[in-house]
Structures are given as C-alpha cells and as structure tokens.
Design a protein around this ligand. Structure first.
Ligand code: URA
Length: 297
C-alpha cells in the first residue's frame, strides 16, 4: 500500500518541491503482470490470534485468507501524520524568501478558502529583502482579524494600536531601526490566515501553521518572545509546560519560559486589554519583565 495523499496535499508538497512517491494510474491487467512497486508505507502486521483448541491437521492444503487490512480510519490518520511530517521537514529547511512564498501559497487547511490575504508578519524593512530582519523582539499573537486579512499585516486594528503604544513605551517598534535590533520587533500570529468571523483557531489549523512559526523563529533568532493571548501561549509552551492547555493565562504570567532556547514572557492579548482595562497594569509588568530579560541576556 502506498502513501495516499489527496490532490490538495500533493499540490502542497509539489509546491514545496518535496518529492513523494504515489501510485500511478493502474495499468491494464496483463497475463504476466509485473510485481507492484515497493510500498513507501508498510502497514503494521495484523496480530494473529492463537486458536483456543488445537485443530486436527487439514486434509488439504489450507487456503490462506488475506490478512485483514487496518481500519480505514487508522490508515487515514497514519497518512495524514506522514504528510504533515514531510511538510514540516520541508518548511524547516526553508530560507526567508522561500518561507514567505510558502505562506503566501499555503493551502494546507480550510482557511485558504476564505482568506483574502495571508499574513506572514511585519517588522523593519531591510534593503536586503532576502534576509530576515535583525530584531531582538518577537511578538506572537493569535490570528489575523478582518483588518489584518484585508491588509496582509498583523495587528493593524484597535488591538494593534494598543500593542504599538505599549511597545513604544519600552522604545520598541515594528518599524524599528534595522541598525538597532534591541528597538525592533517582528510581529507574527500563530495562524497566518483569518478564521472566518474571527472564531477561535481550530486544532488542525494550529497544527498546519505551527511549522511556519517555528521556522520564523529559527530564522529571526529573537532574543525575547512576548506571547500575547491564550493561543500564542499554548502554541509556544505546549512542549515545555505539560498543563498549559488547562492553566489560566493569569497563572502562567510572571515567569520566563523557553521556546527552542529563546526566553518567552506570557501576557494578555491586547484585544482583551481593550475590554478589561484593570489588566493593563499587569500587561505593563509583563512588558517590563520581557525588557529586563532581554537586558540580562
Ligand atoms: N489579533 C491577533 O491576535 N492578531 C492580529 O493580527 C490581530 C488581532
């Protein structure tokens, strides 16, 4: 049995120049057919149940029943996991321009059908667009909203204005000087496409987008990450904080975590701060913790 990918998954891998074998059109049956090509995915051997009582030897040679195939759902899961691993490995090897292109053309989840623009991220513009900008700060939000989807830039609505003001208060900006990385921030989201109606990101959408965020961080090499809001925090700390999915964000604040070696500070989402003004003082404390962590690095 070969790796079976649907048309969208094949197109996605081809776009990324990932070569995977998949079955050709079945040839017309011939008298002496060639053996089938070697499989790329081998199903686990089906367990053989021992008979409860010893049977007498068969009078005639037994005709072997074909081994039961694994349940279709198990196959679908295995194939999906394999395709996702292949894709993640391809993304992990991309340079900055290839990564930007891959995000722009991504069709890995259903959000590609409703987005107007992908939202890669924003930071200081460099003369050399082929290289990632030099920034000490990385801000990670949740997902583009309506304005972001229209403009292709993260945090351009009301929440974005608040974020910019907060960053300005610690002398940091998305348009920071390229020569002064300590004053420059790159801003990204966990999801690069807008969920319709600004609904919460779904698990499969986060899983498909995660390799993009991981590669952005590997290429940008920020010195501090400020994770704003539940989805950013859960994505970045999933591997290091076992109960992160069930711990309220407020209880995760005030500590420095690590993502791939980079310090991470947890804070509230600016959209939440717009609705809950008393929490602004806590967000300010988070920003100060991030700044101190950066200074000490
Ligand atoms: N909220 C986010 O998390 N990201 C944006 O880009 C805009 C709003």
């Amino acid at each position: 049995m070969a790796l079976q990918l649907d048309a969208r998954q094949r197109a996605m891998l081809e776009e990324m120049h990932v070569r995977v074998w998949w079955p050709q059109e079945a040839p017309a049956p011939q008298a002496a057919a060639e053996p089938a090509p070697a499989p790329t995915v081998v199903p686990p051997a089906a367990p053989v149940a021992a008979p409860a009582v010893a049977e007498p030897p068969p009078a005639r040679p037994a005709v072997r029943a074909p081994a039961p195939s694994p349940a279709p759902a198990a196959w679908a899961d295995a194939v999906a996991t394999t395709a996702q691993d292949v894709r993640a490995a391809a993304i992990a090897g991309m340079d900055w321009p290839a990564l930007q292109q891959a995000v722009a053309g991504c069709q890995a989840c259903k959000l590609c059908g409703t987005r107007r623009n992908t939202v890669f991220g924003v930071g200081p513009t460099l003369a050399d667009a082929a290289a990632p900008p030099r920034v000490d700060w990385l801000i990670v939000g949740e997902a583009p909203g309506e304005q972001e989807d229209l403009r292709g830039e993260p945090f351009v609505g009301q929440a974005g204005k608040l974020l910019d003001n907060m960053l300005r208060a610690v002398h940091v900006s998305r348009h920071g000087e390229a020569a002064e990385p300590q004053r420059a921030a790159f801003i990204v989201n966990v999801l690069k496409c807008r969920p319709p109606g600004n609904r919460n990101p779904e698990l499969d959408e986060v899983a498909q987008c995660e390799p993009f965020l991981k590669r952005q961080i590997a290429l940008l090499q920020p010195k501090i990450i400020l994770a704003v809001g539940r989805f950013a925090v859960q994505s970045l700390l999933a591997a290091s904080v076992p109960d992160v999915q069930t711990t309220p964000l407020g209880r995760l604040r005030g500590k420095v975590y690590r993502y791939e070696g980079v310090p991470v500070v947890v804070s509230y989402h600016p959209a939440y701060l717009l609705r809950s003004l008393p929490e602004k003082a806590k967000a300010w404390a988070d920003l100060c913790l991030a700044k101190e962590t950066l200074k000490a690095s």
